[in-house]
Ligand binder design. Structure first.
Ligand SMILES: *Cc1c(COP(=O)(O)O)cnc(C)c1O
Length: 419
């Protein structure tokens, strides 16, 4: 089946359905930009007025292979007509093969599948707590997380998230979390010592290798290596939230590979299925303490999601996309740095790894990341804020040199407009 046949099928709402109609029926949990996206191909999407945009959001670091990629079209078609869902009461081959691929391309030994990043982190938190109770003998376990982190929107994961704006009005929060500033070695040493001298004991440290939502802030090697030592000394678990930076986004399969350490547990979601909902929680065998009945998910690991994710994983490998991520990332950062040099009053930094990059706006001025994003939409490029002062660039990993250049020209135009 060709992609054309798919878009012609009138699955969607009639054309006269307006954004006001949308807002009448859908809960307003998002401040949406006022365009309706209708169709995509590669790194481009089109809105309901036929306007074309370069998509440097990719569903927030999710559409690994862009839109309507032939491999995904084929995998979706093939899997839906073979077997799309059965319970985890039975074995299914795509789940097993995807787990094998993930284990062979990471430091992990075992995989649990679920449907989202938050759910993967919930699984990691449950696994760490069970490890604390059954192996470490800790009755009141604490997980240390970082300020400005982001781990999801369920109650446990907003608690893990070290940003009060996500927690406000949702208390009582989950007990068992403690926060430290990111990339601060002295602070984490103090926190571990403080907690150890109290009734509560640390069972795990949960961190992003690069903080995505918190402003595209890369982790320091020395910081993560010291944390690895602390975890080894105390027998506690290092958990990396790889939901945004995993699956090739940084130019390596996993974000932690940029830091010279291996976590004991890590989570994946966004890019894993290329836009098909899937999440995974992976661990080394020594901390795989789950037994039948401990944890579950109805949809998790179904043949449909796993079959498509497996096709995405194999394409990432077979087409050497990591090389493209590194080259296009260099090109993008270099281009953004030369634009930044023309606007020293607006931009204070350009930072990131591979194809997750942030343009950091000057803290002293009023300009917000949303204003720049709005202006970039008008110039034909989709970008996404990472907090109020950082504009994030997370295109599909298949992005071409020409598309990066075109985006750089649009960013220049957008900044000229807002300045
Ligand atoms: C997006 C994100 C999550 C949450 O993922 P959902 O699929 O929205 O639940 C968790 N952690 C990080 C680092 C993320 O970027």
């Amino acid at each position: 089946m060709s992609p054309e046949t798919l878009v012609q099928t009138p699955l969607s709402v009639p054309l006269q359905f307006t954004t006001a109609d949308f807002d009448r029926y859908v809960m307003s949990t998002y401040a949406r930009f006022p365009i309706t996206l209708e169709r995509g191909e590669g790194c481009r999407v089109w809105d309901s007025e036929g306007r074309e945009y370069l998509d440097f959001v990719a569903g927030i670091a999710t559409c690994t292979l862009g839109h309507a990629h032939p491999v995904m079209v084929e995998a979706v078609h093939q899997q839906i007509q073979t077997l799309h869902h059965v319970s985890n009461l039975y074995y299914n081959q795509p789940q097993g093969e995807l787990a094998q691929w993930l284990v062979e391309h990471s430091c992990a030994d075992r995989v649990f599948f679920c449907n989202s990043g938050a759910e993967a982190n919930e699984g990691a938190i449950k696994l760490a707590r069970k490890y604390a109770h059954t192996v470490l003998g800790i009755s009141d376990p604490v997980i240390i997380t970082a300020h400005a982190s982001f781990h999801g929107r369920t109650l446990a994961t907003i608690t893990a998230t070290g940003q009060p704006k996500y927690q406000k009005n949702f208390d009582p929060l989950m007990p068992g979390f403690y926060y430290v500033p990111y990339n601060d070695i002295a602070a984490i040493e103090q926190a571990v010592a403080l907690l150890d001298s109290s009734e509560r004991q640390v069972c795990a440290i949960l961190l992003e290798a690069l903080q995505g939502e918190g402003g595209v802030r890369p982790g320091d090697q020395a910081y993560f290596q010291r944390i690895r030592e602390i975890c080894d000394e105390k027998g506690i678990l290092l958990i990396c939230d790889e939901v945004q930076v995993g699956m090739g986004r940084t130019g390596r399969y996993w974000g932690y590979e940029n830091l010279g350490i291996e976590p004991d547990i890590f989570t994946s979601a966004k890019g894993l299925g290329g836009g098909i909902p899937i999440g995974a929680m992976l661990c080394k065998s020594f901390c795989d303490v789950f037994q039948p009945g401990d944890h579950a998910s109805t949809f998790g690991g179904n043949p449909f999601a796993c079959g498509v994710a497996l096709a995405v994983c194999r394409t990432l490998e077979q087409q050497n996309l990591l090389e493209n991520v590194q080259a296009r990332g260099e090109q993008l950062r270099e281009g953004l740095r030369s634009i930044a040099a023309n606007y020293p009053h607006l931009i204070s930094d350009v930072r990131g790894w591979g194809l997750i990059n942030g343009l950091v706006l000057n803290a002293e001025i009023e300009l917000t990341s949303s204003a720049v994003v709005q202006s970039a939409i008008e110039a034909g490029v989709l970008l996404v804020p990472a907090g109020p002062k950082v504009v994030r660039f997370v295109p599909p990993l298949i992005v071409s040199a020409e598309e990066v250049d075109q985006t750089l020209r649009a960013v220049e135009q957008a900044l000229a407009t807002v300045s």
